[in-house]
Design a protein around this ligand. Structure first.
Ligand code: MLT
Length: 332
């Protein structure tokens, strides 16, 4: 064999051997994964709606994955601190982020954002859709939405509307509510609607726009007042409560969607396994019942995929950007 020919054969042999070795290593890696606890980053405080969803699903996913899904609350700046943290985490399949509409609104809301929602992550799946409710402290002197409107008109800035920071859905919903009602209220930021709800229960703030996954138990216990739901039609779980649209706020609609993301470059095997565990958790009868009782809606199967989340985030980012820029709401 000519020396050149010999070299070509040797190169081909080593390339194939290297490829086979890589395939075996990758198969072994994916079969073994996960070998240690997985962190699910939550961008808001413990006890709030994102935390409730993450812990409910995380417990069920732990059973499927055979390793603990550890919820880590990384709060602040309307969820952007957690998103930036995840974008920079090692892409090894052991860090994921659950986030909501804030992933789409942040680029328009924050002038300086040190991550790119559409470029810096791998997509795992959409998770759950959650309606919102407008709730007030128990002793607020307005028994229904009509009375709340009159009370808000009479008291304006004296009314404290709690929220979870710029980029939080409670902030978005609160600002839209204020605009739609044509009243001024003072907004009060917290690290999540978990602490905002504690302030409402303690009577330290007057109003809060929050997800049913957080408010439902307090509404059912009668510890807060409920003024309306933010969906197009009434909720099965709160059938006697009119929508805000029914009560005069035409077209008022805010529904919170959630997605799970991984740092860009996470092994596909890890993304697939985490996504599969999520889909199993959503179908677990006990989990499904708990989420349904809290008013949450599981999206159709096509959305519970990486492509389903990616195209939804693209659509939502394009939808929010002009609206937010036109409203001129920025943070530095
Ligand atoms: C939370 O989990 O505290 C909420 O999702 C915050 C928010 O209102 O966006």
């Amino acid at each position: 064999m000519a020396p050149n020919q010999n070299l070509k054969w040797k190169t081909a042999f080593f390339t194939m051997a290297g490829w086979a070795l890589a395939c075996t290593a990758s198969t072994a890696w994916s079969q073994a994964y996960p070998t240690k606890p997985i962190t699910l980053v939550v961008p808001f405080a413990a006890g709030g709606p994102t935390d409730v969803v993450a812990r409910t699903l995380g417990a069920a996913m732990t059973r499927t994955l055979g390793q603990t899904v550890v919820v880590e609350n990384k709060t602040g700046a309307g969820g952007t601190i957690a998103a930036a943290y995840t974008a920079r985490a090692t892409p090894d399949g052991y860090t994921f982020l659950i986030h909501h509409n804030g992933m789409a609104t942040a680029p328009a809301l924050y002038r300086k954002l040190n991550y790119k929602p559409l470029a810096d992550f791998d997509y795992v799946s959409q998770v759950i859709d959650v309606p919102m409710t407008v709730v007030g402290r128990k002793d607020l002197p307005a028994k229904d939405f009509k009375e709340l409107m009159a009370y808000a008109k009479a008291n304006g800035d004296k009314i404290n509307l709690a929220h979870a920071g710029l980029g939080a859905v409670s902030h978005l919903c609160g600002v839209l509510l204020r605009q739609a009602m044509g009243v001024s209220m003072t907004t009060v930021p917290y690290q999540g609607t978990g602490p905002a709800m504690n302030a409402l229960l303690a009577g330290q703030v007057d109003l809060l726009c929050d997800q049913t996954t957080s408010t439902t138990p307090y509404i059912k216990a009668g510890s807060i007042k409920l003024y309306g739901v933010t969906t197009a039609s009434r909720l099965k779980t709160l059938p006697d409560t009119p929508t805000l649209a029914e009560q005069g706020l035409k077209d008022f609609q805010v529904v919170v969607w959630h997605g799970i993301y991984a740092p860009k470059g996470t092994p596909k095997e890890a993304v697939d396994k985490f996504g599969a565990a999520l889909r199993t958790a959503l179908k677990d009868p006990a989990v499904a019942q708990r989420l349904a009782e809290l008013g949450a809606i599981v999206p159709p199967d096509a959305k519970l995929t990486p492509a389903g989340l990616q195209s939804w985030l693209q659509q939502e980012s394009a939808r929010y950007e002009p609206v937010i820029k036109a409203a001129g709401q920025f943070a530095d």
